[in-house]
Ligand binder design. Structure first.
Ligand code: AP5
Length: 210
């Protein structure tokens, strides 16, 4: 089963996809995570995309498509995958169609005001990447990961300027994908303002029908 997660920054794509990954036994492939790993490891790709990501701009289509094509050629995607944060432009979506077939596009809907609150309170574990929110999903011990005890940090693009930029770019470049996939009869909308567990349950139930 090949799934795409669509939705504005902070809609909960990463939160829901990381739970669904365990439920469905499919790899969760987040282009944002792949880019952040490249930045952390100071690879050539990481050096190219560091500033772009911190400002909340989009990485050029060609670089992003190549990265995804390469990732989808790995053996662990044989039974399917969950793509989170890709495609983000019509050009990327058209390129994706040339090397794989999508079964469904999970569109997480949420108002923009809620997104700002979610992103400004997001914290991530430096060691294992587990996600938290200081109010909605707080760790048991302040600034410490429940899973591995690692220190929590705030993403560099979770500041108010980058968040506004990401939201603007989402509206201009990514939102048109809703029509693109609606015309292909692939879109399924979910209310992502509900509690995270409920969103996960709703998406998991839907995937049983695929
Ligand atoms: P990426 O990492 O994909 O960032 P994003 O799309 O901005 O999405 P986020 O990770 O911010 O949000 P999310 O929807 O995953 O929310 P989350 O689950 O964490 O991309 C980063 C950058 O990489 C881009 O800006 C771009 O530069 C580049 N990039 C990536 N892909 C690219 C592409 N295809 N083309 C070009 N460039 C690309 O949740 C957010 C917070 O809310 C968390 O704290 C969470 O705990 C909380 N939360 C989640 N769900 C709920 C809930 N139901 N109730 C309460 N709180 C919740």
């Amino acid at each position: 089963m090949n799934l795409i997660f669509l939705g504005p920054p902070g809609a909960g794509k990463g939160t829901v996809a990381s739970k669904l990954k365990d439920i469905l036994g499919l790899p969760h492939i987040s282009t944002g995570d792949l880019f952040r790993a490249a930045i952390k490891n100071e690879t050539d790709l990481g050096k190219k995309v560091k500033l772009i990501i911190e400002k909340g701009e989009l990485v050029p289509d060609q670089l992003t498509v190549e990265l995804v094509k390469e990732r989808l050629s790995k053996d662990d995607t044989a039974k399917g995958y969950i793509l989170d944060g890709f495609p983000r432009t019509i050009t990327q979506a058209e390129a994706l169609e040339t090397f794989t077939k999508i079964d469904s596009v999970i569109n997480l809907e949420i108002e923009k005001e809620k997104v700002i609150k979610r992103l400004s309170g997001r914290r991530l574990c430096k060691e294992c990447g587990e996600g938290y929110h200081i109010e909605y999903m707080p760790p048991k011990k302040t600034n410490t990961c429940d899973k591995c005890g690692g220190e929590l940090y705030t993403r560099k693009d979770d500041n108010i300027e980058s968040i506004s930029n990401r939201l603007e770019i989402y509206t201009k470049e990514t939102q048109p994908l809703i029509n693109f996939y609606t015309e292909k009869n692939l879109i399924k909308n979910f209310d992502s303002s509900l509690a995270a567990d409920k969103v996960v349950e709703n998406v998991a139930n839907f995937t049983k029908s695929l």
